[in-house]
Design a protein around this ligand. Sequence first.
Ligand SMILES: Nc1ncnc2c1ncn2[C@@H]1O[C@H](COP(=O)(O)OP(=O)(O)OP(=O)(O)O)[C@@H](O)[C@H]1O
Ligand SMILES: [Mg+2]
Length: 355
Amino acid sequence: MKEFIPKNLPLQQTIETTKVLKKTISANRALAKLNGVAKIIPNQAILINSLVLQEAKDSSAIENIITTHDELYLASVDMSNVSNEAKEVHHYSKALLMGFDLVKNNQLLLKKYIVAMQEELEQNDAGVRKQSGTNLKNAQTGEVIFTPPQEYETIQNLLDNLEKYINEPNENDPLVNMAIIHYQFETIHPFYDGNGRTGRIINILYLILKELLDIPILYLSRYIIKNKSDYYRLLQEVRTKDSLEEWILYMLDGVEQTSIETIELIENIYKLMEETASEVKEKLPKMYSKDLIEILFMHPYTKIDFLVERLSITRQTASKYLKELEELKIMKSIQIKNSKYFINTQLFAMLQKGI
Ligand SMILES: Nc1ncnc2c1ncn2[C@@H]1O[C@H](COP(=O)(O)OP(=O)(O)OP(=O)(O)O)[C@@H](O)[C@H]1O
Ligand SMILES: [Mg+2]
């Protein structure tokens, strides 16, 4: 099959149709509300940590790397007792957080950051494809859907063009740009593997770059899993039918729906934090501190060590605290091999459900 080489950006066709413009308004409104609501959580690391794991799980599931919530949270506190899948999912969240730091600190989203993230994700240094032969196949039938650019130089030129488009201002709404960038990146398909996941990380980092979000909390992977056949079909129809409008509307709808769901999740986490704080204050007043409550929410799974470090208390005191919290049914302990972990059960349930 002949290779398909995407056009350089910016695209020359009309992008912001009336339908698209209308949808950008509601999607932007929902996203702006999400960015505001996130600030009710006192320590932003709490949200970054828990939501990035959620996203890592969902985005990896699109690639059929399946892990459970138990393993996922366990991997985030201790990699020694988990499966290879959970480790792979953990690499996704590391790649994303690395990208977030780079974008935040440099106010740029460069090609070299994208390569670095993909290498972190895949744990190899293959980088941009040098050998031809990569095809996109239908997972069920094995039929070739399309053949991305094959030449190293073509790929590099397209990536340079994309880098410019990402970092230089243009007239389109940033959410529309995000959809265009995702299409372009998936079509260049610059790596041997991990293009889908790297492309989904770029989405969130682009929103940070354009200052629509202060921290990475809008993740489209859950929406994409729910609408996975549309995801592939609409991406492919931009290639075969030039039908950009439908693809953009799909992504804008993802932003809107996901923002609304994430707002609800954050409000629920906030309520739970407040309730937990009041209960501890009332029933275990000597133990209560703001920092303690934050640790219990920082990781759905926690360890004695975390309390020791963060609260500067002895192991003995930390373990007494966790035992008393277990008696109140705020935490639940589990033993895995030689290690003991404590689960914030209600937070766990909330994140598992997603709202
Ligand atoms: N049937 C298809 N139709 C259109 N595009 C496809 C199809 N299959 C894969 N793709 C594109 O290729 C990407 C997957 O590429 P690759 O396997 O390198 O990435 P990944 O991160 O390992 O996979 P995934 O996106 O499944 O998580 C998809 O995200 C999509 O953009
Ligand atoms: Mg793959």
